[in-house]
Design a protein around this ligand. Structure first.
Ligand code: HEM
Length: 435
């Protein structure tokens, strides 16, 4: 993202009352793309904060203008406000179309209306209900032994392999992927094409052709999956649950809507959980006192997970919302104007110094950790949060029990970040395994 004081292209109103954009020390315009070589999303947030609670930025690559909301309280206010919409087709700027940057189009526009995340009001409630039901406590309880077995098998394979290993592919990524296979009842052969396509959707530097291929790849896999479940009805998996719900009068869904809810479950549920597991592992490998506490108590493990989610929100900046009416921040007096694109920066909210004392400190005894917004807030609050929490705590607890003396082979500062402002996490976590 780059700070800009240029007028918003969608403006039908006077320029908003923004603090002036300032050039960084040493001159030049600050150009910020999210995490990149030598820079993390936390570094980016630190520079953005100098421009107030909701500066106007350019999203790079591509230069789409938006207001990025950094303040915890303002993110909360806007997340639950009826004056803010996810539905581009009803409330997005007229000039947002396929000629825009591919990642922006795929991320914020293309699926508008067809899945819960990008819907508003009554349409949102209708699309969300079957997904929320399918991810309810019953399903989470049923997944407990499945997750335990997936983690156990992954740890066995680690124990049988070389002692120097990258924990991202070998563990952090493997667990949520296998969980999603079981959750959806997805045949193993569909997972690789799916992951390849899903990963492509998060690439903010993808070309239009690459993005179109990723989108098509995912849709093909999901169409095959739905067809398979329809042929063999009555299964005990999330797709079968969704198909059943989609056939009720109350929650009926078209085939396209059904496919797009699945697309949402996987894109929202896998990439985020991979990074939540990886980041918590790194946090605990680099904080000895916290690691000792979590190996003694499940409560401490849960505190550590919440603190890690607060400090490094895996869902960093959630897809664009659109202002339906003006909303004024009661604290700063800044107004977000009708028609503007708005990005809620959950990672910035989690490190807001007005809410969290010394926010960069990883402190599992922090009383405010659980106030974080890493799972969102309001009508779009993550319906997979309970499942994600179970996956993260099971994976990390069992890993630390099996390999308690494992250490990073490079310093924490050298770990490469995922290059994105959509998700925060590590591309790789090289370690020396030790029991
Ligand atoms: C650590 C892991 C996870 C994180 C950090 C996370 C984060 C989020 C956030 C921030 C939102 C709201 C976005 C917004 O308000 O714009 C969301 C929505 C959603 N998440 Fe998660 N999520 C995680 C895991 C999961 C899992 C495991 C699933 C399902 C298996 C899932 C399914 C969904 C769905 C379906 C929505 C859309 C809800 C709606 O729009 O009403 N998430 N997630």
């Amino acid at each position: 993202m780059s700070i800009t004081d240029a007028p918003h292209p969608a403006e039908t109103h006077p320029a908003p009352d923004l603090p002036p954009a300032t050039a960084p020390a040493g001159g030049g315009c600050p150009v910020l793309h999210g995490a990149g070589p030598g820079r993390t999303n936390a570094d980016e947030v630190a520079s953005l904060r100098a421009h107030g609670p909701a500066p106007q930025v350019e999203l790079l690559p591509g230069g789409v203008s938006a207001r990025v909301v950094l303040s915890h309280n303002l993110v909360k206010l806007l997340s639950s406000s009826p004056h803010v919409s996810r539905d581009w087709s009803r409330h997005g700027p007229a000039q947002d179309d396929k000629t825009m940057v591919p990642w922006y189009w795929a991320w914020s526009v293309q699926t508008a209306g067809a899945n819960a995340l990008n819907a508003y009001g009554e349409a949102h409630r209708k699309l969300r209900a079957p997904v929320a039901l399918a991810l309810a406590r019953r399903r989470v309880e049923a997944m407990k032994p499945v997750i335990a077995e997936i983690v156990r098998a992954a740890l066995e394979d680690l124990a049988d392999g070389p002692s120097t290993v990258d924990l991202v592919p070998a563990f952090a990524l493997r667990v949520p992927h296998q969980v999603v296979i079981c959750l959806l009842g997805m045949p193993e052969q569909l997972l690789v094409p799916f992951h390849t396509a899903a990963a492509g959707l998060f690439a903010t530097d993808a070309s239009a052709e690459e993005m179109a291929l990723s989108m098509q790849g995912i849709r093909d896999v999901l169409a095959q999956l739905v067809a398979l479940r329809r042929e063999q009805p009555g299964g005990d998996d999330l797709v079968s649950d969704l198909i059943r719900e989609a056939e009720t009068d109350e929650n009926s869904l078209t085939d396209t809507e059904l496919r797009d809810q699945l697309l949402l479950v996987i894109t929202a549920g896998v990439e985020t959980t991979v990074h939540a597991i990886g980041t918590l592992l790194v946090d605990l490998m680099t904080h000895d006192e916290a690691r000792t506490l979590v190996t003694r108590s499940q409560e401490a493990m849960e505190d550590a997970m919440e603190e890690s989610l607060r400090r490094r929100s895996p869902a960093t900046a959630v897809p664009t919302r659109f202002m339906v009416e003006d909303v004024t921040d009661p604290v700063s007096g800044q107004t977000l104007h009708k028609g503007e694109r708005v990005i809620l920066h959950l990672a910035a909210a989690g490190t807001d110094p007005d809410v969290y004392e010394d926010p960069e400190r990883f402190d599992i005894t922090r009383a405010t950790s659980r106030q974080h917004l890493a799972f969102g807030y309001g009508p779009h609050f993550c319906p997979g949060a309970a499942l994600a929490r179970l996956e993260i705590t099971t994976a990390v607890r069992e890993f630390l029990q099996r390999f308690p003396a494992t250490r990073l082979t490079i310093s924490e500062a050298e770990l490469p970040s995922v290059q994105s402002f959509i998700v925060t996490g590590y591309q790789s976590i090289p370690v020396q395994l030790a029991g």
